[in-house]
Design a protein around this ligand. Structure first.
Ligand SMILES: Cc1ncc(C[n+]2csc(CCOP(=O)(O)OP(=O)(O)O)c2C)c(N)n1
Ligand SMILES: [Mg+2]
Length: 1008
């Protein structure tokens, strides 16, 4: 039966041009196969078939304009129109499905059987009727005992709801008591050998401290940190011995983000594991000579060791969240197996001040990232002093994380406290725990047992009595949870098993634990990098390190024999967990770059048709999505600007990733580009969240090492909200050896006409140029974009070069010429410049005109005017990358200076311009500094123009006039340049300035 395929609802557009026919008569097509590509003035989109069968006739041709309802094809169809795709799934059934999954995900928290006498009491002076309170509490205890925690929790929630309905709109705190979340009787016990683990931990502590002290003894300027790892040693050791599984040929590996300042501890462990030797430890922070150990986790400097750069605080938590989310994305798209891998992130409590640290916790809960575990080392101190001297950081973080929907596990008190808390019949102990602020907690650990007895237990007679049989030494030994391997193990165990939400472990520790009077819990702990002999002896004794006094004075490292139980144990534990950590390896296969001709359609002229480079880019993507090698690996990342960039066609074509699928019928469900969320969607639609989008990009751009699958992330943003906004993440991307594309769309200071000061970017190329492995381009024409993009794919994803690309695209519509036939054109585009036009009618006076991005077209127009009106010849060069030209120039110059006796090399700039005639004038839509970069390598008179100053809203024409980069200014400046070089009389320049109404007294745009 013959059926008609019509143009579907394409939204507000009418008479949209057909730019591609993807089928011909006789083709067999299936449901959803794309049949034509149509393009409005903003975006191009494929129309998928809603029928399957054989094409009988094609009723349109390229260039036709079509609207909704127009006939596209006649198809002899085997099946009736398949409506499944068009009619959105029944919402109710989707919700049902989601609910079943949800139910499965709810934590299987078994009710904890507590004996009555261990129920913790808290006294409360504000209680007006303690008897009534007791009644209620006993009822609750009875419920817990009979029906379990879940039921008790349900009843409390109902009570709160009831109170709210009765008008009691008093907020209930998200906080629980200042005690451990896991009661002693519910702790899962480790099967490890605690004695040997303690000995190993002591050696790691010692060697980490020795490494820092030795380095500073040699070169006091080197710095380093002892206090951070000293506080976190147990937190790391328990993970290393029991939880973190390494990557190997059977398992993808857990991903651990180590706190930057704790790096010495990781080196010290690697030393015991036999992965680093003494000589390497002695080169801590001496990275210039090969083999040195980087101060912090730097994958760039230690590419086989560190996986994640974390030392710029706040980036670690953000990156870890998006890493966990990206892991789920890969699983849901069927690109990797779900092996129960986890992402662990170690963070400082001071670090939680960074807005980035907490900024994405909502997303982690929303996306139910139960593969994510944060461990916040709450040593109550940051660099200058207490994190929250007047409050309690653990309680504050508990509130934030619980409020966001995380599973919170507090590890506050060590095992020595268990019996005291159990014996606290009056509730005064927990009361003091709740009342004491962090400043006091810190001060206590800087003093001694007598002080703690007096200031802490001494607050109430009941608590004084509680510790009356303990000596001051016993009191001093009451430990904090984060230093107790049993408590830490139990927390890690529970966190690893939690389902349906991310987990944060808030572990209380002591900064500089064991460092003695100069370094334990004092405000200056963070900066301590030297320990005197007494401190070292104390440290040795405190942790029973088997070194003689002489060895301590020499600050010797200690490593037991290979055959010792300690070394055997540490290696066995890691072998059981699949290998060593941290370790950076890559087994991903390269992606074959698409055929050289895939973008050939971009090498022909667009004729009358005008389009922006952003649109050309979207066309290019659409084509890439047809390449079977490349298509599944593309990860388009967009922070709520798909429509701005004309990419809404991707919603239907490849779907928006949503872990829950789509539980609603979208408002625009009957349109071609309707908003489609899908569990296996490909687009990461990040919302208005550039930092999150960049974190996603980094996760995808390092997928080749963290998941052994090469991916091609393409993050498209408003250029102003790129490097300027997330510069530090971009720097971390460089450190991480990210591979992928960053697209600064709607770029330029004068191109994004109406948006104004905060949107108009005239410097992103300069910021990008500060990152050594970032390759940048500012193309003008679609064929330049095609050549650059394909080479990027080849370099990064086929040849696996550790670079990433930043390309700017514009929203200004213009027609694009055919690619010049010159065989060197492609090389020039990639190296940064090529000659695009030669105006040589008069052969008298000549000038070299360099234009970049959108201003190239102004330059070409200026060249025409110079020839037609002033008989000036010129060569016009399209500069695709001043940054790349500068890199080459610097390298060449350096070589020549270092090899004065050898034949000098010639920079690419000089190759192009060396033998040309006349001075050089360059302009771009960026600050003058952009084109100034090549000045040293031109060896000629060089003048640059650009858009220095704040942007502002106006028409493109007015903006270019204001910034003096319009064709009229370029003509006038060109004539002035020639006059200054004494190649023509100055009157021509003067006349032009007058003719074009240029005000010679106008202040620099930077001052306006
Ligand atoms: C973005 C950023 N700002 C500042 C610093 C400098 N800095 C390094 S460590 C530190 C204090 C860290 O305190 P905390 O997070 O509590 O870690 P701790 O060492 O106490 O475990 C600061 C301010 C940094 N590394 N990164
Ligand atoms: Mg801290």
């Amino acid at each position: 039966m013959s059926q008609k395929l019509l143009v579907p609802d394409i939204g507000e557009f009418e008479k949209v041009e057909v730019i591609e026919l993807l089928v011909k008569v006789g083709d067999q097509i299936n449901l959803n196969d794309p049949v034509v590509t149509i393009e409005s003035d903003k975006s191009s989109v494929e129309i998928p078939s809603t029928l399957s069968g054989v094409v009988e006739s094609v009723n349109i041709k390229v260039g036709d304009k079509v609207s909704k309802g127009d006939l596209l094809l006649n198809i002899s169809s085997s099946k009736d129109k398949n409506t499944e795709k068009l009619i959105p799934k029944d919402t109710e059934s989707i919700i049902k499905q989601a609910e079943t999954v949800l139910k499965k995900n709810v934590t299987d928290k078994k009710s904890v059987e507590r004996k009555k006498d261990t129920i913790i009491q808290v006294t409360n002076e504000n209680d007006i009727d303690p008897l009534e309170t007791k009644d209620w509490l006993e009822s609750l205890s009875a419920v817990v005992e009979k029906d379990g925690n879940e039921r008790a929790h349900f009843l409390i929630k109902e009570l709160i709801n009831k109170a709210y309905l009765e008008g009691a709109n008093i907020p209930y705190t998200q906080n629980t008591l200042y005690i451990n979340t896991i009661p002693p009787e519910a702790e899962v016990k480790s099967n490890g050998d605690q004695n040997i683990e303690r000995r190993i931990r002591s050696l790691i502590r010692w060697n980490a401290a020795a490494m820092v002290v030795r380095a500073n003894k040699k070169f006091p300027e080197l710095g380093g940190h002892i206090g951070t790892f000293a506080s976190a040693a147990t937190l790391y050791d328990v993970g290393m011995n029991h939880f973190w599984r390494a990557k190997n040929n059977k398992f993808g590996g857990d991903l651990v983000y180590f706190q930057g300042h704790s790096a010495p501890g990781m080196y010290a462990r690697a030393f015991l594991e036999g992965r680093l030797n003494e000589k390497q430890l002695d080169s801590f922070r001496q990275e210039v000579k090969p083999g040195g150990l980087s101060s912090y986790p730097h994958p760039w400097l230690m590419p086989k060791f560190w996986q994640f750069p974390t030392v710029s605080m706040g980036l670690g938590p953000m990156l870890a969240i998006y890493q966990a989310r990206y892991m789920k994305y890969l699983i849901n798209r069927g690109l990797i197996k779900d092996e129960g891998r986890k992402v662990w992130a170690f963070l400082g409590d001071g670090e939680m001040d960074e807005p980035e640290s907490l900024g994405a916790i909502g997303l982690a809960a929303r996306e139910k990232l139960d593969n994510l575990i944060f461990v916040v080392n709450c040593n109550l101190q940051r660099l200058d002093g207490p994190v929250r001297g007047n409050g309690k950081i653990i309680q504050e973080l508990e509130g934030s994380f619980r409020g966001a929907g995380w599973n919170v596990i507090k590890v506050i008190w060590g095992s020595y406290w268990d019996s005291l808390i159990a014996n606290d019949k009056t509730g005064h102990l927990v009361k003091i725990m709740n009342e004491t602020v962090d400043g006091e907690y810190q001060a206590m650990k800087a003093r001694n047992g007598a002080y703690v007895r007096d200031k802490f237990f001494g607050k109430y007679p009941e608590t004084s009595e509680l510790v009356s049989s303990l000596s001051d030494k016993d009191i001093w030994r009451l430990n904090r949870g984060g230093h107790d391997p049993h408590k830490v193990y139990a927390a890690y165990d529970q966190a690893s098993k939690n389902k349906g939400s991310p987990t944060v472990i808030l572990a209380k520790t002591i900064k500089g634990y064991g460092m003695g009077k100069t370094g334990e819990s004092v405000n200056t702990t963070h900066q301590t990098k030297k320990l005197d002999v007494d401190d070292l002896l104390y440290y040795r004794d405190r942790f029973d390190v088997p070194l003689t006094d002489k060895q301590v004075k020499n600050i010797e490292y200690f490593k037991p024999e290979e055959k010792s139980p300690e070394i055997k144990y540490i290696k066995e534990r890691r072998m059981d967990l699949g290998g060593f950590l941290p370790e950076r390896t890559t087994y991903s296969k390269p992606i074959k770059a698409p055929a050289k001709n895939i973008f050939d359609f971009m090498k022909v002229s667009t004729g009358e048709k005008e389009m922006s480079t952003t649109m050309a880019l979207v066309r290019m993507f659409t084509n890439l999505l047809r390449d079977k090698n490349v298509s599944p690996r593309l990860v388009p990342i967009i922070p709520d600007e798909a429509r701005t960039f004309g990419m809404e066609g991707f919603f239907q074509k490849i779907g928006i990733y949503a872990h829950e699928g789509q539980k609603y019928e979208p408002e625009d469900s009957d349109q071609l580009s309707s908003y489609r969320e899908d569990k296996s969607g490909q687009v990461l639609e990040e919302g208005i969240n550039e930092a999150g989008a960049m974190s996603s990009w980094i996760a995808a751009a390092t997928s080749y090492t963290n998941h052994d699958i090469e991916m091609i992330p393409i993050y498209i943003f408003y250029s102003m909200f790129g490097f300027q906004r997330i510069g530090d993440l971009a720097w971390a991307a460089g450190d991480s050896q990210a591979r992928g594309f960053l697209i600064g769309a709607t770029a330029g200071r004068t191109t994004l006409a109406g948006e104004g000061l905060q949107h108009q970017d005239g410097h992103s190329h300069l910021v990008a140029s500060t990152i050594p492995n970032c390759v940048t381009y500012d193309p003008t024409f679609h064929y330049e974009l095609a050549v650059i993009f394909r080479e990027g794919l080849r370099r990064m994803h086929e040849k696996n070069e550790n670079v990433f690309y930043y390309i700017t695209t514009m929203n200004e519509n213009y027609s694009h010429p055919e690619m010049p036939k010159d065989k060197n054109c492609e090389e020039g585009i990639l190296k940064g410049m090529y000659k695009i036009s030669d105006f040589s009618r008069y052969k008298k006076t000549k000038i070299q005109l360099l234009g970049s991005g959108t201003i190239l077209r102004e330059m070409i127009s200026a060249a025409k005017i110079l020839q037609d009106d002033y008989q000036i010849d010129s060569e016009v060069w399209s500069v695709t990358s001043f940054n790349e030209l500068r890199k080459n120039g610097m390298e060449t110059e350096r070589y020549n200076l270092l090899n004065p006796d050898k034949e000098p090399k010639v920079s690419f700039v000089e190759k192009c311009l060396g033998k040309t005639e006349g001075p050089i004038m360059a302009a771009s839509d960026y600050m003058r500094m952009n084109s100034d970069q090549i000045r040293p390598y031109t060896n000629k008179s060089f003048y640059s123009l650009g858009t220095d100053g704040f942007g502002r809203s106006d028409t493109r024409k007015n903006l270019r006039k204001f910034f003096e980069v319009d064709k009229e200014h370029l003509v006038a400046y060109g004539l002035s340049v020639l006059a200054k070089e004494q190649l023509i009389a100055s009157k021509y320049a003067k006349e032009a300035i007058k003719k074009y109404n240029i005000d010679g007294n106008k202040p620099m745009p930077t001052k306006l």
